[in-house]
Design a binder for this molecule. Structure first.
Ligand SMILES: *Cc1c(COP(=O)(O)O)cnc(C)c1O
Length: 400
């Protein structure tokens, strides 16, 4: 705008300080997108307000509802997943909250895989106890059991494309066929669009903890949901209403992380297979869970659904149980940290029985195969030979 402002010519100190001198000074193209660290966007007229709020004109009003950094990231993920639209949220859990608020009401019924990320199960339990949601769980390996669980109130089904921590692969086409018209939400945090695109297999919505692979550098907390525009619009409205919106800087960081996702996934798939084979041959290790191994129960399914690789997560059981895990973690501490996250650039180890699945009883954990000697490994970008040597040294320390 060129019209001069009443106090433009000779502002007093407080006016100068409060308004600043910034105008759209940087009209040259930046080669990296700027961070729109702004609470709101100035509006030129009431007419413009109407055309932006009605969607006739593209624009932004208030960052809780939308921001260019949110949109840049969410639309990149939508394109990678083959979806129409997406919304970025404060965390993976924020994304699930927004989906549930948009898709279910008290008395509705949700179907969910029995073994899910711990907090997903906890959020569903909370919705049951506090809001009268009904939830039925099924064994993801038993697609035939789904049909009998469907009721007229079933509004949503939730599964993970590759599960935590035992790396079960979901038969997405089989599940979609069993569900009929009921929308399927796939948590594809372990899968990423580089390995599997659930929408191509009939899923309605794809959900990611951006805190993991999509960002990939262990320095962001965010979530994303992608799917059909009409549904994403409702989910975005709930994200704003419940205040689980992402912030611009983390969206910007996540966009930067996304630039290298295909390279990172290619690398972790190759290293994970090598390390899985190494662990399998080690005398301290009684079992290795990685779908790329020929004897994993889902190996054939993985060959069909994950032809580019099975990802960077794997788990293994130590013969010596909890005390063996403790001595391994102590021995590894300076090279492979025990860190209750995953998909960092560094390799990390975690202990499902004490972190992600602590909320289960010991009997439940035993039933699902999450034993006291189970270690989860998140493969990073290090040299594969160095990693194998570090694990060899760590495992050797268990004797001592
Ligand atoms: C971490 C994680 C989540 C939750 O995401 P946050 O970003 O931590 O809220 C959901 N699902 C899976 C599989 C995860 O690993």
């Amino acid at each position: 705008m060129t019209a001069s402002h009443p106090s433009d010519s000779n502002p007093t100190e407080s006016t100068l300080a409060a308004r600043g001198g910034w105008t759209a000074a940087f009209t040259t193209q930046t080669s990296s997108p700027p961070v729109y660290m702004t609470t709101a966007f100035d509006i030129e007229s009431l007419e413009q307000l109407d055309s932006v709020t009605s969607g006739r004109e593209k624009g932004y009003i208030y960052t809780r509802d939308g921001n260019p950094n949110h949109e840049a990231f969410a639309s990149d993920v939508a394109r990678l997943e083959g979806a129409e639209a997406g919304v970025v949220t404060a965390s993976g859990m924020g994304a699930l909250t927004a989906v549930l608020m948009a898709m279910v009401q008290s008395g509705d019924h949700v179907l969910a895989a029995r073994v899910l990320y711990g907090r997903t199960g906890q959020l569903l339990n909370h919705m049951v106890a506090s809001f009268g949601l009904k939830v039925s769980y099924f064994d993801v390996a038993d697609v035939a059991s789904i049909g009998a669980l469907v009721t007229p109130q079933t509004k949503l089904c939730i599964v993970e494309s590759i599960s935590n921590p035992l790396l079960e692969v979901a038969d997405l086409p089989g599940i979609v066929a069993a569900l009929g018209d009921i929308p399927l939400l796939v948590d594809s945090t372990f899968g990423t669009p580089c390995l599997i695109r659930p929408i191509e297999h009939g899923a309605k919505l794809v959900w990611h903890s951006v805190s993991k692979y999509l960002n990939g550098h262990g320095d962001v907390m965010a979530g994303v949901i992608v799917g059909p525009s009409s549904l994403v619009r409702k989910i975005r409205a709930m994200s704003s209403l419940y205040g689980v919106n992402a912030n611009p800087f983390e969206s910007w960081l996540a966009s930067r992380g996304l630039r290298t996702l295909p390279l990172r996934m290619e690398r972790v798939c190759a290293t994970a297979l090598k390390i899985a084979r190494f662990l399998k041959s080690h005398p301290q290790v009684t079992n290795v869970f990685y779908p790329g191994l020929e004897d994993h129960p889902d190996h054939n399914l993985a060959k069909r659904l994950l032809p580019r690789g099975c990802g960077g997560m794997l788990s293994f059981d130590l013969a010596g149980g909890r005390s063996a895990v403790d001595s391994l973690f102590r021995a590894l501490a300076h090279v492979i940290p025990f860190s209750p996250t995953l998909a960092d650039a560094r390799t990390t180890v975690s202990y499902p029985a004490g972190t992600s699945h602590k909320f289960m009883t010991a009997a439940e954990r035993a039933e699902y195969g999450i034993g006291d000697g189970l270690v989860r490994l998140s493969i990073g970008l290090e040299d594969p030979g160095d990693l194998q040597r570090d694990l060899e040294t760590g495992l050797a320390a268990i004797h001592g």
